[in-house]
Design a protein around this ligand. Structure first.
Ligand SMILES: *Cc1c(COP(=O)(O)O)cnc(C)c1O
Length: 392
């Protein structure tokens, strides 16, 4: 099919929920994608932080293909050695006690929310159900994770939403304090608000929040769906904040391109959700878990994580000297670019025309390159980016 045929088929058959760039991708290798017309693109998106090892990495393809040819699914009525291995590896690498596997970031946050409410109900009674999140956050698209999302634009339709969420202003501890009541069971935050425009939280605010949570036995839950799995230069971003969360959620980059989500909790919370209280048919699917094991084996190494940090620094250095770039935000290879002309959407469109895939978040350009992108590919991408900024 050529692009026009794909576009027509999309328009006739899919719910029009996505604004798409006018490109249909059919192949990819490393940080290069190829469209229906044979045109190549340097990829600074990783499919929104998902393809940690780029497109069709040899090791990842072989791990996934091997598992698909062995047993592709068996339901959670039976044990799966690849699922238990991935859980063990996640616990070993992070120090968390237990894992629940699901299929997406929103579902990982749903699990965290259920766990927090159950923990508090067991210990303090049924009224302790409130969860504090942040203004400008993003936690997913289910009705409950939309309620957790502190942005009014996400609360325009689909009423009634799940009750019990309040929204504190980021980096404003007084605001957070005013949201906490005797019925608060959890605080759920992103350390860098990805969809919110790549806005990092200040360490001081996060540490004060962590101390308050500890004092009041409120669960500190970090949404690492976008920041996790090496993206910011540490396996999980919270490591760089010097805190010990009770719960973290992971998804996007964890499967290297296959759907998987994980909710990790401290050992003392490991049995809060018992048999029959939570579940999902596809959760911990063996093929996704095989992808996840390959990703962790490669990413969770000091040398690899250091390379992410170095590439992030290299990108920042070059970007800071680029005409039209006003400000840079983020950590590691999660980068937000504030443009002097405030025209991120137009620049992103021109990048695609010129052969570079980039993301936007709110008013900023957002880069989430594959973690194993080469310096040569980075240079090629930056050249296209500069050209696309200057064209405006
Ligand atoms: C993308 C994202 C989600 C939602 O993940 P899905 O897999 O799309 O459900 C939740 N939280 C954060 C921080 C995200 O970036």
């Amino acid at each position: 099919m050529n692009f026009e045929e794909v576009k027509r088929q999309e328009q006739e058959n899919l719910m029009p929920t996505y604004g798409r760039f006018p490109v249909a991708l059919v192949y990819g290798k490393g940080a290069v994608a190829v469209d229906t017309e044979g045109k190549e693109y340097i990829d600074f998106t990783s499919g929104i932080g998902v393809n940690s090892l780029g497109y069709c990495d040899d090791g990842w393809v072989s791990a996934v293909a091997k598992q698909a040819g062995a047993i592709q699914h068996m339901s959670n009525l039976y044990y799966s050695p690849v699922q238990t291995s991935l859980a063990a590896e996640l616990c070993r690498l992070t120090g968390f006690g237990r894992v629940f596997f699901c299929n997406s970031g929103a579902e990982a946050n749903e699990c965290a929310i259920k766990l927090a409410r159950k923990y508090s109900a067991d210990k303090y009674g049924k009224q302790r159900t409130e969860i504090v999140t942040l203004v400008n956050s993003f936690h997913g698209r289910t009705v409950t994770t939309l309620a957790a999302t502190g942005q009014d634009v996400f609360h325009e339709h689909f009423w009634p939403f799940t009750e019990g969420f309040s929204y504190a202003r980021a980096n404003d501890f007084e605001s957070l304090l005013s949201c906490v009541t005797e019925n608060t069971c959890a605080v759920l935050i992103e350390l860098i608000q990805g969809e919110g425009g790549v806005m990092p939280l200040e360490k001081e605010f996060v540490r004060k929040t962590a101390a308050l949570c500890k004092e009041k036995d409120i669960l500190l839950m970090i949404d690492e769906v976008q920041t996790g799995v090496g993206r910011t230069g540490s396996l999980y971003c919270y490591e760089q904040y010097g805190i010990e969360p009770d719960v973290i959620t992971s998804a996007k980059g964890l499967g290297g391109g296959l759907p998987i989500g994980a909710c990790l909790c401290a050992s003392r919370l490991g049995e809060v959700l018992g048999a029959g209280m939570h579940g999902t048919t596809f959760g911990g699917n063996p093929v996704s878990c095989a992808g996840g094991l390959e990703v962790l084996q490669r990413v969770a190494k000091d040398s690899f994580l250091r390379s992410v940090e170095e590439k992030g620094r290299y990108l920042r250095e070059k970007l800071s000297k680029m005409a039209g770039v006003q400000e840079l935000r983020g950590l590691g290879m999660m980068i937000g670019i504030v443009l002097a002309k405030d025209n991120a959407k137009e620049v992103a469109g021109r990048c695609v025309k010129n052969g570079l895939l980039v993301l936007t978040a709110k008013t900023v350009l957002r880069l989430l390159p594959p973690l194993n992108i080469t310096y040569e590919e980075i240079d090629q991408g930056l050249e296209i980016l500069e050209k696309s900024i200057l064209e405006g």
